[in-house]
Design a protein around this ligand. Structure first.
Ligand SMILES: NC(=O)C1=CN([C@@H]2O[C@H](COP(=O)(O)OP(=O)(O)OC[C@H]3O[C@@H](n4cnc5c(N)ncnc54)[C@H](OP(=O)(O)O)[C@@H]3O)[C@@H](O)[C@H]2O)C=CC1
Ligand SMILES: CC(C)(CO)C(=O)C(=O)O
Length: 313
C-alpha cells in the first residue's frame, strides 16, 4: 500500500516516520521549508519508545501530480493543523484518485463535512491519535511520553475495507499501537469531549491538569467542563458510555498529572491555535442544542482574546 502523509509535524512526522522507518511505502507532502530541512537532515524522531532517523521520499506540491500519475497513492494521512485544512485540501487534491482514501488524524470534528464536500464522503475515513509530540528547534519530532496510539475505522460503522486492514498490518510491523475501530464516530466524539476539556482548561487556566487540580475549585471545574462536552455529544446523538467517561475523568482528575494539550503548548509558544475548530466548535454545537456551557464559553472568549492579541502583534 502506498501512503502519502501531508505534514511532518508532531503527529504526521511521528506516525509517518515510524511507518517509513519500518519499510512501508510512505512519502511526505510538505511545504518547501520543511521539505528542504527533511531532505537535508532526514526525519528524526526522539522518543521514549526509541529514537528513529529515516530518509523518506519528500514531495512538494508542484511535484505531486506527476508522481501520483505514475504511481497512485492508496491512502493519504492528513496531519495538518485544522486552520491549515483549506490549503492542505488544495495540496492533496492532485493525489486523490478514484481508489484513494483520506484518513485525517486532526483533533475535533469540524474537518469531516469539509473533507466530505471536497472529496466525497465515501473517500474519507475516521481517524484520531493520542500522543504528546512537538518539534524542537532543530525540526526533530520530540515525543514527550510513551503514549502514541492511532485509531481508525470506516465511518457509518461499515466493516473495515482492505486499505484500513493493510494499514493495521503496517502499524503492527512498525510497532505502532493502534485500534481498527468498529465505531470510529463514537471514538471520535469520546476523544473530542476529552481533548476539548483538556485544551480548554489548560489554555484558560494556564497550566497542567495537576496544577489545576491543586487549586481550590480546580477539580469541580475539570469535572464540570467534561460534563459540558459530554452533554453536547449526547445532544448530537453520541451518548458516551460510562466506562469511556470514567476513563476520561480518571485522567482529568489525576492529581500531580503533567498532562497538558497540544493547544496549550502552542499557546505558550505564542503560536496560532485551533481555538475555533476545537473549543469554538463545541460552543457553537452547544448553542445549537440550547445547552448552557459556562466553562467552555469562558475558555472560548479567552482564546478569542488571545488570537486577537496575537494578530495585533
Ligand atoms: N502534537 C500533538 O501532540 C497532537 C496533535 N493532535 C492534532 O493533530 C493535528 C496535527 O497537529 P500537529 O502534528 O501537532 O501539527 P504540527 O503543526 O506539528 O504539524 C502540521 C504539519 O502540517 C504541515 N502542513 C500544513 N498545511 C500544509 C500544506 N498546505 N501543505 C503541506 N504541509 C502542510 C505543516 O507544515 P509547515 O511545517 O510548513 O507549517 C506541518 O508540517 C492537529 O489537529 C492537532 O490538534 C492530536 C493529538 C496530539
Ligand atoms: C488528547 C491529547 C491531549 C493528547 O493526545 C491531544 O489530543 C492533544 O494534545 O492535542
Amino acid at each position: 500500500m502506498r501512503i502519502l502523509v501531508l505534514g511532518a509535524g508532531g503527529t504526521g512526522g511521528y506516525f509517518g516516520g515510524r511507518l517509513a522507518a519500518s519499510g512501508a511505502d510512505v512519502s511526505f507532502l510538505l511545504r518547501p521549508v520543511r521539505a528542504g530541512r527533511i531532505r537535508h537532515d532526514g526525519l528524526q524522531i526522539r522518543s521514549p519508545l526509541g529514537d528513529v532517523l529515516c530518509r523518506p521520499q519528500v514531495l512538494v506540491a508542484t511535484e505531486l501530480a506527476a508522481v501520483a500519475a505514475r504511481q497512485p497513492f492508496d491512502l493519504i494521512l492528513l496531519s495538518c493543523k485544522a486552520y491549515d485544512l483549506d490549503s492542505a485540501m488544495d495540496a492533496i487534491a492532485p493525489a486523490v484518485g478514484p481508489a484513494t482514501r483520506i484518513l485525517p488524524i486532526l483533533n475535533g470534528l469540524r474537518h469531516y463535512p469539509l473533507l466530505d464536500a471536497r472529496f466525497g464522503a465515501e473517500r474519507v475515513q475516521g481517524g484520531l491519535c493520542f500522543i504528546n509530540a512537538t518539534l524542537n528547534a532543530q525540526g526533530e519530532i520530540v515525543h514527550l511520553d510513551p503514549v502514541a496510539r492511532l485509531s481508525f475505522g470506516e465511518r457509518d460503522e461499515r466493516p473495515a475495507g482492505a486499505g484500513l486492514q493493510a494499514l493495521s498490518g503496517m502499524c503492527t510491523t512498525a510497532g505502532i499501537e493502534h485500534r481498527l475501530s468498529p465505531r470510529i464516530e463514537l471514538d471520535a466524539w469520546a476523544k473530542y469531549a476529552f481533548l476539548c476539556s483538556v485544551a480548554a482548561s489548560t489554555c484558560l487556566l494556564r497550566g497542567s491538569i495537576g496544577r489545576i487540580l491543586a487549586t481550590e475549585g480546580g477539580a469541580a471545574f475539570l469535572g464540570g467542563i467534561y460534563a459540558e462536552c459530554t452533554a453536547v455529544a449526547a445532544a448530537e446523538g453520541e451518548v458516551l458510555p460510562e466506562p469511556v467517561r470514567a476513563a476520561a475523568l480518571a485522567i482529568l482528575l489525576r492529581e500531580g498529572s503533567s498532562q497538558t494539550s497540544s493547544m496549550y503548548r502552542d499557546l505558550v509558544a505564542g503560536k496560532d491555535v485551533e481555538a475555533l475548530q476545537i473549543v469554538g466548535d463545541m460552543v457553537h454545537r452547544a448553542v445549537r442544542a440550547g445547552l448552557s456551557v459556562m466553562r467552555l464559553d469562558a475558555a472560548w472568549i479567552h482564546l478569542q482574546s488571545y488570537m486577537a492579541q496575537r494578530q495585533a502583534g
